[in-house]
Design a protein around this ligand. Sequence first.
Ligand code: GDR
Length: 322
Amino acid sequence: MKKALITGIGGQDGSILAELLLQKGYEVYGIIKREAIENPNLKLKNIASIVNEVELIPMSVTDPMAVYKAIKKIHPDEIYHLAASSFVSYEFEDEVAMMNSNFNSTYYLLSSILEINKDCKFFFAGSSEMFGEPFESPQSENSKFNPKSMYGIAKVSSYYLLKNFRDKKGLYTCTGIMYNHESPRRKSEFVTKKIIETAVRIKLGRAKELVLGNLDAVRDWGYAPDYMNAALLIMSQPKPDDYIIATGHLHSVKQFAETAFSLLDLKVDDYIKINTKYFRASENYPLCGNPEKLKGLGWSTSKSFTEIIKMMIEEELTNQTN
Ligand code: GDR
């Protein structure tokens, strides 16, 4: 039986990936923050249904010795490095902490497998934020990086680390450059979940307004399980490589909100307020990915923009009325 180690198993992506790997018959190990175990309401809810089928390792990926020991003990066949501080800020605050969680962790994992188990395959969750303020749109695997946040800089650095361990040391490493991907498991700080949660609260008479930043901001939004299937597909190729994981379709925050509210028979304009504190630097070219290379492996998306919103609404309605 193959063994997979997921960092960040309690998050949206980690929990979805764990389910997919279990379905494929893998033995699944998951690194999870100790506070998540101590405060189950916080993180364990995403993996509640599979918690007895996976082995959880409470530790921090920023602890090099803990990383080394975990890999030595488990001897995984595959590692999916998804753990990260995932909220993007352009303010350049807490830079060292961001580099520690999003870059140093990658180094500790890669150097440990180089020491212990050179045959272990490695997937890294890259981000469209590596393109930051892009020079062209859509972006492909050949587009120039131009990160504008510490988050993006840490992701680009990890990308080059993987590339070097692949080219120079012969490890099987792949970066999936993932654009925004959503599901009911998204955290509330991200705009999609914020819109869905508030729209449902308004529908149920529990809130009166939705405060957003730039309504004209556009994103390439996809469905998180499709992106985790892409990670599995990428890792099943005979040769390691890097891929854009995106839909190639853009929608604005306004369109997202309009669709969500209209699915609840509400008119968005009656409830939206703008607060500039949520505004980000403006973009000349939008972050939109070209997924042609990945499609060449047979990948496709399973849900449209409206279908993603519909399922997020349905699940939120169930959660808020139970
Ligand atoms: P993003 O996601 O930064 O793209 O990163 P987020 O949902 O935070 O922002 C998307 C867009 O919405 C605009 N926006 C608002 N955003 C938030 N959070 N709150 C608001 O009220 C609001 N109003 C408008 C933003 O300006 C932005 O343009 C996500 C994360 O998952 C990263 O970890 C990942 O790497 C990238 O996607 C790909």
